[in-house]
Design a binder for this molecule. Structure first.
Ligand SMILES: Cc1cc2nc3c(=O)[nH]c(=O)nc-3n(C[C@H](O)[C@H](O)[C@H](O)COP(=O)(O)O)c2cc1C
Length: 165
């Protein structure tokens, strides 16, 4: 095992924040059938054929066990204007879904209304890496509303503005 580099964790996070991403809420059902959801920006498309995606979850987070055991999950890609949803699903709470319009997707997994896109996935693989797990999903079906996506960079939300080439 290589030695731990010595640098300030806050400075490191600040540097990582200079890589802009989108924002998604991952949803699933726990073993009792209760809905779970959490905001992530670690979503990545890995393979197109087969369609494999990944996201990362901190093992210290309260919803970890529910997501680690879920055989199906959905990636709800947030649209610009859904910042409040992103904040709601980024805090521990017993009822994150209260008042959030949803429909049921594959295996009953909640799909949040009004998102830019939904990817419904079966669990492909899970890898433990450092203090996170990487969860790979096999996309079984998707929808795309074509709305402007919500962007995230340097600890803040923004929008994607295309520049002339
Ligand atoms: C924009 C944004 C992106 C985030 N990305 C991740 C992520 O990729 N993985 C992760 O484990 N937590 C991420 N978080 C933090 C979780 O959303 C937060 O810890 C949440 O409370 C987890 O849900 P839980 O408390 O029900 O476990 C992110 C938070 C925000 C605001």
């Amino acid at each position: 095992m290589s030695a731990q580099p010595h640098f300030d964790a806050r400075d490191y996070r600040k540097a990582l924040g200079h890589f802009p991403t989108g924002v998604a809420v991952i949803t699933a059902l726990d073993v009792h059938g209760a809905r779970v959801g959490m905001t992530v920006n670690s979503f990545v498309s890995v393979s197109l054929s087969p369609p494999i995606i990944l996201w990362c979850i901190a093992r210290s987070t309260p919803s970890y066990l529910a997501f680690a055991r879920a055989n199906y999950f959905a990636v709800n890609i947030l649209a610009h204007g859904q910042q409040a949803l992103s904040n709601r699903f980024a805090r521990p709470s017993d009822d994150k879904f209260a008042g959030v319009p949803c429909r049921r997707g594959l295996d009953g997994v909640p799909l949040i209304e009004g998102c830019a896109a939904h990817l419904e996935c079966s669990l492909h693989e899970r890898h433990v890496v450092g203090d996170h797990d990487i969860i790979f999903g096999h996309v079984q079906q998707f929808t795309c509303a074509g709305a402007e996506p919500l962007a995230f960079a340097m600890s803040g939300y923004g929008r994607v503005v295309a520049e002339a080439a």
